[in-house]
Design a binder for this molecule. Sequence first.
Ligand code: HGY
Ligand code: MN
Ligand code: MN
Length: 421
Amino acid sequence: MQTLESISADRINALFAEVESFTDPDFDGWTRTVFSSPYQEERHWMLRQFKDSGLQNVHVDAAGNIVGVLPGRNPFADPIVLGSHTDTVERGGRFDGVVGVLGALEVVQRFRESGRLLERPLMVIDFFGEEANPFGLTCLGSRSLVGHLAPQDLERINPEGKRLGDTLQAFGMDPSGILGMSTGRPAKWHAYLELHIEQSDSLEKARRDIGVVTAVAGIKRLLARYLGQYDHAGGARMRARKDALLAAASSALVLHEFACGNPGYAVATTTHIDSLQSAQNVVPGKAELRAEVRSTDSAWFTSVDRELTQRVSARAHEFGCDVDLEWFLDNEIVQTNSTLQQNIVDASQSFGLSWMAVPSGATHDSVHISRIAPMGMIFVPSVGGRSHCPEEMTPQRDILNGIRVLEESVRLADKGPLPTL
Ligand code: HGY
Ligand code: MN
Ligand code: MN
């Protein structure tokens, strides 16, 4: 006799096996980057899954999000919304985002099959383009949905010189629609819950089943441009050089050491250093560095750009170079809703699952959604804390734990009032 758990396990297994087939074969791991054909094909498949799961009014909204609704007893009540994303980074994993979307569909199925009707509509969203992309703008669909996308964002140019607005159009979307979504009256939701893998190692190290997310880290991104002096690589005296690439390399160490020195949660990652030249016999006179810093420590996060600008500039001057630093705020630090946190704790305990409070170093669509609804996040463990790589792994048992906690957290949120933002 099949139990509800074994039915869920079989269904989730089958769906994961199918979604994994949508990837760019030129890369190891899983690659379904925004605007790619594997992502486009996966979205057509996901639309069918939304319909097959019994959701109604399944559609792609103007911001490219895939949306469906399970009606509740009161069609006029503000909905409870579950969501995540199914695009990946290049050479990414199988679980980042996918656990939240497939988990939400499974919760819908479990409510339908058990005949337990909620008071409120239950909405599921697969958000468009959550991952960082060459236009430097994450969370395209959720950002637009809450009014965080501005007309000038469509003018962003990627390294190949293409405009974001044109790229959206080429992907089959209407740029004015995505903007319209952004300028229209934001939706009003009762609560938003997202199930996600932890993408770090706190749960595994503490041997806990469930992470109750307390806050999502803020992100600031940096583009630093260095000016030194072009010289002959053979003739220029070492001490007389103004090597822009060396200055950029020293900045990577400054960023690393500054983040390591913070007692709270803070990280810094230099992702690109480029001499902008092809010659191999010329001392680089120019260089560019791209990096990002993240923290849930508001004092550190507020001052980090000023602090690092001073330290990076001082170090670059030691190499005789000037540097111009341009900082971009990707998202502020966002706290989760305390009542939803408590619901997740109560749900975990009701199943005898261990839990702990954890910050999220990764950003999520939930950061933007927190602008229009009380937001909660449920983490399940990442093996070795690894993510954004082919080794990303979360055992099925943990995914099913997360789904049960998500389902129960929805039921608890449906019953009670929630404090406003
Ligand atoms: O960058 C992030 O933290 C997320 O995975 N997009
Ligand atoms: Mn994610
Ligand atoms: Mn990710």
